[in-house]
Ligand binder design. Structure first.
Ligand SMILES: *Cc1c(COP(=O)(O)O)cnc(C)c1O
Length: 395
């Protein structure tokens, strides 16, 4: 299945020679520690005591009854410390970096969520932290810039290209190349060159590990489908991973259609992208007619990455997972519906997965069970959703 970081034809290491030493060092360290009992017990203590794991698997009774079909369970990653699944990955990578003797973490961030999570882990471990963020994004996400600085990180605005997430990733890779000795690049999703897609997936796989045992305990069987939103794809692959061998469990990723997959204002990589090579990996990317990376758009800042992790590209190729495109309008509808029905304000990213569950559940009989991963909480999105509805509120 995985051959040198390959997922089918996807993945690999398409990087300059100067970065090879860094990824080889990282892969060797990861192989040394991933099954080490001491590393595993330190990480699970961090997950439990610091992040607040295990996260709950909650039966959304009102929503299930109102929709009138399958039972819907919510995997509550929004209840984690810092309010999303991203903490799972950064705690894992920070611990690994510490074992490798690194004293400095660098990261890219788009909306600022991964930057805040990395700054949090750096504070916890007493490490230096530098976050690269598109200049455009630093203006749009001033609150997260403040939080990163409060946590002790330095935020460097990136002015190249479109001054957004993809440029921040490129800049972080360049910085890593120039300073490998004391620095670990804490990449934020299941993307980039091998071994990142595997490392990030393994740290996020705690989600499906927990869903499995919680579901067996509550229902005595596996769910019929697991649904999660896909930006780079880390919360989705984490939710899917331990179910991949169980062919009867449907795996459904929800990508951001933005204003629609037939418009240019979309971030739906599987629906509109083509095979390409970017950020060190082969996968599907949104591209223009010349094969350049196309600008992407979604109401959800966490989903507007122009690519998708290589393992998802492979799950799509093999048909093991399917990918649905959800528009801004549908996601905003789900954001409001789940808030009202369950008293849970989901992240607008997670609302893409919830919107698909709202369409899918009514078509299924009542004895079917869906699990939807709520990747994060929606406090951060209230201002922009209000604005979408024509209401101006100040922070
Ligand atoms: C960053 C983020 C995402 C998208 O990232 P993935 O790697 O696709 O999981 C989704 N939901 C929330 C709440 C996020 O912060």
């Amino acid at each position: 299945m995985h051959n040198n970081g390959r997922f089918g034809i996807h993945g690999g290491q398409y990087i300059p020679e100067t970065l090879m030493n860094a990824v080889i060092e990282l892969e060797e360290a990861y192989n040394r520690y991933k099954d080490d009992p001491e590393f595993k017990s330190e990480l699970s203590e961090l997950f439990n005591e610091y992040a607040g794991r295990p996260s709950r698997l909650y039966y959304a009774k009102r929503m299930s009854e109102d929709l009138g079909g399958a039972k819907i369970y919510l995997k509550r990653e929004d209840l984690n410390h810092t309010g999303a699944h991203k903490i799972n990955n950064v705690l894992g990578q920070a611990l690994l970096a510490k074992k490798m003797g690194k004293t400095r973490l660098i990261a890219e961030t788009g909306a600022g969520q991964h930057g805040v999570a990395t700054a949090t882990a750096a504070a916890l471990f007493g490490m230096e932290c530098v976050v690269f963020m598109g200049e455009e994004d630093t203006r749009r996400q001033a609150l997260n810039v403040y939080k990163m600085k409060l946590l002790g990180a330095e935020v460097i605005p990136v002015t190249t290209g479109t001054a957004t997430l993809k440029d921040a990733v490129s800049q972080a890779m360049r910085e890593w190349t120039s300073r490998i000795a004391d620095t670990h690049y804490c990449l934020g999703s299941v993307m980039g060159p091998h071994p990142f897609p595997t490392i990030v997936r393994d740290f996020q796989a705690v989600i499906s590990d927990e869903i499995r045992s919680q579901m067996l305990e509550k229902e005595g069987r596996l769910p019929d489908a697991v649904i999660a939103c896909v930006g780079g794809g880390s919360n989705a692959i984490g939710s899917f991973y331990h179910f991949i061998p169980d062919e009867q469990v449907e795996l459904i990723g929800c990508e951001a259609a933005g204003r629609g997959i037939d418009t240019f204002e979309t971030a739906a990589t599987i629906h509109t992208g083509r095979l390409g090579i970017f950020h060190g990996m082969k996968s599907y990317f949104c591209q223009d007619e010349f094969g350049q990376i196309a600008p992407v758009y979604s109401i959800s800042a966490g989903l507007d990455y122009p690519g998708i992790g290589p393992e998802h590209a492979w799950l799509h190729d093999t048909g093991r997972a399917r990918y649905e495109a959800i528009t801004d309008e549908e996601a905003v509808g789900a954001f409001e519906y789940v808030s009202r029905m369950e008293g849970i304000i989901p992240a607008i990213e997670s609302a893409h997965a919830l919107a698909y569950a709202m369409k899918y559940a009514p078509s299924l009989p009542k004895d079917k069970i869906l699990v939807v991963t709520v990747s994060g909480r929606g406090d951060k999105d209230c201002v922009s959703v209000a604005k979408y509805r024509g209401e101006e509120i100040s922070e």
